[in-house]
Write a protein that binds this ligand. Structure first.
Ligand SMILES: [Zn+2]
Length: 463
């Protein structure tokens, strides 16, 4: 039996490449994006599934893209779930882990939203895979102690961080204990940054999985710990680099074993090798940025040009969320809802098709009337509001691109719902906040983007 083990964890995370408004497709980038969803599915998700890579990978899947796949190419997600269930039947644990619900940078989220993101992520996972997840992916690997505590409090057993985010990781990928101030302990796997990035950015020049295994895995056996973890974007294999799903296949099925590595996954590894050592986690760190969390907050040298729009956009979305809180709480109080935050959490059950709106409202003693429907609409507004914090909206260099449009489009939905349900127009405040945000490239302001989206929605009777 091999005394070394390899785990490849792939993070599938891309947003659907269009910005839909209730079925009507608002495409700020001029009509070329919709095809990209099909291209993503055809070059990455479907071939990796056909090659049975999901039977040996550890992975997590984003909710928005999964929903697109379920609606457009349902055979692929069905195959992936079947592979997961077969894995579970064989090993007693699953090989997929959960992702938080809207890919929010959790250390930047308010405490209540942080818990919501984790719980919604678990609910979505249970709905899709049929089991409670053992582990959870932190979007952008963004971490702080309250985030780790939130994972622990919600039954998550492990997460993944980068070498650059921890100290004391002396035995390869671990697992290690992160000891929390409460005394609780969460298991952490530490990815090998260098070799993960070698695949993520240089896979084309590696000469195939066989050569890479001989050149890299063989010497690593002498100098590394028991487990080597590679963690990277799953879209590397086929979408970013066409055909490289075969690299993954050969690595997982033949080449790693040929040089003395057992291919494993994290939940299985944790079951067989519980942590014995501790590590320290660096607060407010992430992958893809060496400046703390600045890339998603005030901007940093990771993106070129003027990045002041990032903090202004986040401020606009924070203010919008605060307005929604105020209006929702008043509305819920009027209806005598004892625990409006629990109701907000339970709302996702409607979205996932677990219960009907009527059933959920009945659980809270609410009749199915116009007032209660208004409350349900405000809950839907929360779902859209959570999307305005998706990490990608703040990740790139400029405001005038698809991802910030995604945030602004969802903000417009929040405004529209509040207006319809509560008769309050909060758009002047949001427009004023968004007027402070401008693209360094095109000069377009967030307020112009907002008006564009509203105009489109009005014409198409969407939102
Ligand atoms: Zn940075």
């Amino acid at each position: 039996m091999a005394d070394h083990a390899l785990c490849v964890h792939t993070h599938f995370c891309l947003l659907p490449r269009d910005v839909t408004l209730s079925g009507a497709q608002f495409d700020p980038m001029g009509g070329v994006l919709h095809d990209l969803n099909e291209k993503l599915a055809a070059t990455c998700y479907a071939p990796n599934s056909a090659l049975r890579n999901f039977e040996r990978l550890s992975y997590d899947f984003g909710g928005a893209m999964t929903r697109w796949l379920e609606e457009n190419t349902p055979e692929t997600p069905a195959q992936i779930v079947a592979a997961y269930q077969a894995y579970r039947a064989k090993w007693g644990v699953g090989n997929a882990i959960a992702q938080t619900s809207q890919h929010t940078v959790l250390p930047l989220a308010h405490e209540r939203d942080k818990a919501l993101q984790v719980r919604w992520g678990i609910q979505s996972f249970v709905r899709r895979f049929g089991y409670v997840p053992e582990g959870m992916w932190l979007p952008e690997m963004a971490v702080d102690t309250p985030t780790l505590q939130t994972l622990y409090d919600n039954g998550v057993k492990f997460t993944i961080l980068s070498q650059a985010q921890v100290s004391g990781a002396t035995d390869g990928a671990g697992p290690y204990w992160a000891v929390l101030p409460s005394g609780d302990r969460l298991a952490v796997y530490v990815r090998d940054d260098w070799h993960s990035n070698e695949l993520a950015f240089g896979i084309k020049s590696l000469g195939g999985a066989g050569r890479w295994s001989r050149n890299t895995l063989v010497p690593l056996r002498r100098e590394y710990g028991r487990l080597l973890l590679l963690a990277l974007d799953g879209e590397t294999f086929g979408y970013y680099y066409p055909g490289e799903e075969h690299f993954l296949h050969w690595l997982l099925y033949y080449e790693a074993e040929a040089v003395g590595y057992e291919v494993t996954t994290l939940a299985r590894d944790l079951h067989e090798h519980p942590p014995t050592r501790e590590i320290d986690v660096a607060e407010n760190t992430a992958w893809n940025c060496a400046h703390g969390l600045a890339r998603w907050k005030e901007g940093c040298g990771c993106t070129s040009g003027d990045s002041r729009w990032k903090s202004a956009l986040r401020n606009a979305m924070d203010n919008l969320a605060a307005s929604l809180d105020e209006i929702y709480l008043a509305y819920a109080q009027e209806l005598g809802v004892a625990d409006p935050w629990q109701l907000r959490e339970d709302f996702l059950e409607i979205r996932l098709g677990v219960v009907t709106q009527e059933q959920l409202l009945a659980r809270y003693g609410l009749a199915h009337d116009r007032k209660a429907s208004g409350l349900a609409a405000l809950l839907l507004a929360y779902f859209y509001s959570q999307r305005t914090f998706v990490s990608y909206a703040y990740f790139y260099d400029d405001l005038d691109r698809l991802e910030p449009y995604y945030a602004v489009t969802n903000a417009a939905r929040v405004v529209t719902i509040i207006h319809r349900v509560a008769g309050i127009d909060i758009s002047p405040k949001l427009r004023a906040d968004l007027a402070l945000v401008a693209s360094g490239k095109t000069g377009k302001t967030g307020a112009q983007m907002f008006d564009e989206v509203l105009e489109y929605a009005h014409q198409h009777k969407a939102v």
